[in-house]
Design a protein. Structure first.
Length: 96
């Protein structure tokens, strides 16, 4: 099996019309968050990322905030996903 170059990965993503932001979110959520509704959590993180007008909230910061809400703030996955994106993002700014 030959190793692909980074350029080949970019070309493949373009050819397959893969949204790299959504892919990055899916990978972060899959690797770091144990969730019952993977699609909903990814869509919520994506929504938060899209409404951020500061440009400071990275995908990693949003995932860290989600994890913090689940563990320290004692919110359920469902309660977090039901939050308004702006409210979640306000709290995420503390992790920068």
């Amino acid at each position: 099996m030959t190793q692909r170059t980074y350029r080949e990965y970019v070309e493949l993503a373009r050819k397959e019309n893969i949204d790299l932001v959504k892919l990055r979110i899916a990978l972060e959520v899959d690797n770091r968050i144990i969730c019952s509704n993977f699609e909903r959590v990814c869509k919520f993180i994506y929504g938060c990322y899209i409404v951020d007008r500061t440009g400071k909230l990275t995908i990693q910061v949003l995932v860290d905030t989600f994890l913090n809400f689940e563990t320290n703030e004692e919110f359920t996955e469902e309660e977090i996903c039901d939050m308004r994106e702006y409210k979640f993002n306000d709290r995420a700014m503390y992790f920068i």
